[in-house]
Design a binder for this molecule. Structure first.
Ligand SMILES: [Fe+2]
Length: 414
């Protein structure tokens, strides 16, 4: 399966700096179809046996290599037949094991007979989906669609009635949330359970110290500035936890107040912008654990983590950022000033108008966003001018991504 991607398209809120122009060249087009993998059967036409690997040549001419130890370890017949879990133990692998013979099957796959008298069968599609050359690994990677303020003209959204009942519509909407880091739902019922109903179309809800479902309203004696009427600058929720919540749902049930527009910022876009403009600041924020803390009369929850989380290949994987929950910096003394400089550089980017999506939710709208990517906030509002009530809940990333894969049928492919 090969992801099909269309040509990059410039976005209208492109920053003027040359580095950003280069960055935008990598921005994907917003159509979700670009992420739809297509079945592309590639039979093997030839192979070449080498001392530590087998090179295969696919129809069309491309080549991939598979190491003997990898092939034997991942033999498709090596899974438990009922649980589908691996039963091969790495210590049982002979690092010097070689094929005694290799045959091309009529279907374009490989049959490998090993020197220990074990035979493995590899379908062409099975192998093709798992090739690990640099090009294939890059193609398989899900690339987020980076966005800025201009996405206000083409908001990713769906209707409640569609996603509540139709799995195909649900999948299309979930892919929007995955690719853009947010999407809206319109025409929600006037029912505080409706947001949780959508979330439960994905999976069970995440419970935190704020409850399973929570009301975002201005109230007396708040334990969280979200429960006031003051401005909330762009942040991710609960960075003070080892595992901050994944997808956040905010269902607008009532909104008569003046002010209070919602704010979203693509943290991945901001991080890539920082990487392009100020590599030193990016490196500091990707490698320095910033302490975060929430405490009230019942809880004292703390965690330290880098504001920009990278995966093993250096791609931005998560954002952890909330000024209101940032605890006193606790880093080696010679890093204090550079860390503050880096935090200010990142924050300056996060607050550029070209980065900010500002939308006014109306009763019946729901905003869902990836809390590990999209920072959210709101303008101050006047609680004396009318009511404002959002009802929120969370579902974690594992369950969210699993739901997409199950709807796509990926879970049935071994
Ligand atoms: Fe929040």
């Amino acid at each position: 399966m090969t992801p099909v991607r269309k040509t990059a398209r410039a976005n209208e809120d492109t920053e003027p700096e040359p580095d950003l122009a280069r960055l935008w060249e990598r921005v994907m087009t917003p159509e979700i179809e670009e992420f739809q993998p297509i079945e592309e059967f590639r039979p093997i036409e030839a192979f070449r046996l080498e001392p530590d690997c087998i090179w295969v040549q696919w129809a069309g001419g491309a080549e991939s290599r598979f190491h003997h130890i990898w092939l034997r370890d991942n033999c498709p017949q090596g899974l438990h037949p009922v649980t589908w879990e691996r039963i091969q133990d790495v210590m049982d692998l002979d690092p010097d094991l070689c094929p005694a013979s290799v045959k091309l099957t009529d279907a374009g796959g490989l049959t490998v007979s090993w020197t220990d008298v074990y035979t493995s069968h590899y379908g062409a599609d099975w192998l093709h989906r798992r090739r690990y050359d640099a090009t294939a690994r890059a193609e398989r990677r899900l690339r987020p669609s980076l966005w800025g303020a201009a996405i206000a003209d083409t908001l990713p959204e769906a209707q409640f009635a569609e996603i509540a009942t139709d799995d195909a519509a649900l999948l299309a909407w979930l892919r929007q949330v995955r690719n853009f880091g947010f999407a809206l739902v319109r025409q929600m019922p006037d029912d505080e359970r409706a947001g949780e109903q959508v979330a439960e179309r994905i999976s069970f809800l995440r419970q935190t110290n704020f409850g399973t479902g929570f009301d975002v309203i201005s109230k007396p004696n708040p334990n969280n500035i979200a429960y006031t009427a003051i401005e909330l600058k762009a942040h991710t929720d609960l960075p003070n936890r080892e595992m901050p919540p994944g997808i956040q749902f905010l269902h607008c049930l009532d909104f008569q107040a003046t002010g209070g527009d919602s704010l979203l910022v693509d943290g991945f876009h901001a991080a890539e912008t920082l990487r392009a403009e100020d590599a030193d600041a990016f490196a500091i924020l990707a490698s320095t654990a910033i302490p975060f803390r929430f405490h009230d009369r019942e809880w004292d929850i703390r965690w330290s983590g880098p504001p920009i989380e990278l995966d093993a290949d250096g791609h931005v994987r998560g954002i952890r950022y909330h000024m209101a929950l940032t605890a006193p910096l606790d880093v080696p003394a010679d890093r204090v000033v550079p860390v503050y400089r880096a935090l200010r550089a990142f924050t300056q980017i996060l607050r550029r108008p070209a980065m900010e999506l500002r939308i006014r939710l109306r009763p019946g709208d729901m905003l869902a966003f990836d809390n590990r990517r999209s920072l959210h906030g709101r303008a101050a509002f006047d609680p004396n001018s009318g009511s404002r009530r959002l009802h929120g809940c969370y579902v974690d990333i594992d369950e969210f991504m699993s739901r997409i894969r199950v709807l796509e049928g990926e879970n049935l492919l071994h």
